[in-house]
Ligand binder design. Structure first.
Ligand SMILES: Nc1ncnc2c1ncn2[C@@H]1O[C@H](COP(=O)(O)OP(=O)(O)OP(=O)(O)O)[C@@H](O)[C@H]1O
Ligand SMILES: [Mg+2]
Length: 270
């Protein structure tokens, strides 16, 4: 069954845990994130699912400290994220967002090599790593490495964004609606790629979507949020079989039974 993948003992991903994390933006009527307790095991593919404005992006950004919790603690491999230098922390955490944000004047290779360059890797090592990553996201290095972002399709640009986020071998990869802006066919192929990359690298992935099918397809653990709170954390099958409340039941939809049947066939070979 696709959701019951055992924890891999070779896992290189870091564990991420939230202890009583709340975030209140200044002047907001209600906190964006409320008292979240959540543990994401090293190497887990976790997907945050929930309606617009429920706090998914805010929660994800507390991991790389683009947002600081108002109260509570974020732990990465058991260590308080606040005690790490923020820049240093961010170089060790890949981050992919919907608007890819490639540097327009850099080539594909320069974009992918940004963090390794900042880390002072030598040129030959960066070049090797860039080619390895382009191959990993199925962009033939010889064809793509010298192109500029404007010479890429939307789906190719997203692949470069994923390669860039993976460049310095991050132990945690944050992906905030990374495939929302591409069409359904490209999206399905990008989903296949990220599932394969996860299988190969065993990095911890925290992926945000409001697409239920995308969540069920990719996740080891689905984390359902509503109005700043985590309302259920479960493997996809368990979410469909036993939604915690009416909100989750409505979210996964009336055709949950159909989805459950479909999920019993391997959508993605794992
Ligand atoms: N920088 C900010 N300052 C003030 N309020 C913010 C800020 N960022 C987000 N918010 C508010 O916090 C709440 C949660 O926002 P967040 O972006 O985390 O939601 P989301 O679940 O990612 O939504 P979406 O699916 O639309 O991306 C929303 O009410 C939003 O308006
Ligand atoms: Mg968001």
């Amino acid at each position: 069954m696709i959701s019951s993948k055992p924890t891999d003992s070779r896992s290189t991903g870091a564990a991420v845990a939230f202890r009583g994390v709340s975030v209140a933006y200044p002047g907001a009527a209600a906190p964006a994130v409320r008292d979240v307790d959540l543990a994401i095991g090293g190497g887990t593919f976790a997907v945050l699912l929930g309606p617009s404005g429920c706090g998914k992006s805010t929660l994800v950004r507390t991991i790389n400290r683009l947002v600081e919790p108002t109260s509570g603690t974020v732990l990465i491999d058991g260590a308080d994220a606040r005690e790490r230098d923020a820049t240093d922390l961010r170089r060790g955490i890949g981050y992919v967002i919907q608007a890819v944000g490639l540097f327009p004047h850099y080539t594909v290779a320069q974009n992918v090599g940004v963090v390794p360059s900042l880390l002072g890797w030598d040129r030959a090592r960066i070049a090797r790593r860039v080619d390895e990553l382009l191959a990993l996201v199925r962009l033939e290095p010889a064809r793509y490495r010298d192109r500029k972002p404007r010479e890429l399709s939307g789906g190719e640009a997203q692949r470069v964004g994923v390669a860039r986020a993976l460049a310095a071998e991050p132990r945690v990869l944050l992906m905030d609606e990374p495939f929302a802006a591409v069409d359904a066919i490209v999206r399905a192929s990008l989903q296949d790629e990220i599932a394969r990359v996860h299988r190969e690298l065993r990095t911890t992935i925290v992926f945000v979507t409001h697409d239920v099918d995308e969540a069920l397809r990719l996740a080891d653990r689905v984390v359902v949020m509503n109005a700043g709170r985590v309302v259920q954390t479960a493997a996809p099958d368990d979410l469909l079989r036993a939604p915690a409340d009416d909100f989750v039941r409505d979210l996964v939809g009336v055709d949950a039974q159909t989805r459950r049947l479909a999920s019993e066939r391997p959508l993605i070979e794992r």
